[in-house]
Design a protein around this ligand. Sequence first.
Ligand SMILES: O=P(O)(O)OC[C@H]1O[C@H](O[C@H]2O[C@H](CO)[C@@H](O)[C@H](O)[C@H]2O)[C@H](O)[C@@H](O)[C@@H]1O
Length: 302
Amino acid sequence: MGSPPNAAPQSQPTPESVPTPRTAAGREGLAALLAHPERTVVALDFDGTLADIVPDPEKARAHQGAVAALARLVPRLRAAAVITGRPATVAVRLGGFADNPGLAHLTVLGHYGAERWEAATGTVHAPAPHPGIAAIQAELPGVLDASGVWHGTWVETAIERKGGHAIAVHTRRASDPQGTFDRLRRPLTALAERHGLIVEPGRFVLELRPPGMDKGVALAEWVRETGAATVLYAGDDLGDLAAFAAVEKLRSDGLTGVLVCSGSDEVTELAERADLVVDGPTGVVGLLGALADRLAETRAGS
Ligand SMILES: O=P(O)(O)OC[C@H]1O[C@H](O[C@H]2O[C@H](CO)[C@@H](O)[C@H](O)[C@H]2O)[C@H](O)[C@@H](O)[C@@H]1O
């Protein structure tokens, strides 16, 4: 059906506006990003930032519109990366990051930076599995039994075996997620330490993983490698604090940067340090889309 005569022209979707960071450093970083995207890198966490939190980790997917927004933004930038606790190939699969021309230069740093996937080649570089993982896998049922929380149906799906490189114990589906998390923390820390591993706490998850790498080390190294002058990092969980610290350090070394918190009720520590707090993955995708819109406008106007 056509438009009635004299009908107002149908309005085009208005580009979302880019929010203003609440800190001077954040405003400086954002201005630098918008002025020189070719000198800017963007790094993003996956779960809770690009993907909504769901009870079953295997059912997590990139938030609606995330890949489309990234595919518009990334080609304007020097480089972009997803830095995640997931195995890199799992994040690629759940995120739908492969075989997208707009993401041809995306890097995914998995296992907190220990693993690397490049969209350009589809190749993964991963370290050999830590020998402690196999021993932990064997002992874990006994430790959970002894903790008194290893009962009910949730436990069957609580253990996430992360490609033999780490093991995550999830408590989100326990009847008392926080109480179970608290009761498991000490015995799982002891188990990890006995086998030369560390515990990475997250949103109702305790992850036993090798030491020596974190998102801060991974981000700083990747930024150095790209030669970027500006970095935007967005995350939601405790594991992202190391990346926040890396951006703060890079700023003190003379780079510009923006720290974005994908806000939730579950974790408050990042919001306190962020330049910009957005409303979970919806807000992150809105921000990415707004940046892409603004950079497209700037290019059209130049
Ligand atoms: O670094 P990230 O990309 O944030 O990954 C950290 C952990 O995220 C996943 O767990 C979280 O998301 C799940 C799915 O939404 C949710 O069920 C769980 O409660 C969250 O903690 C993932 O399963 C872990 O392996 C990652 O280490």
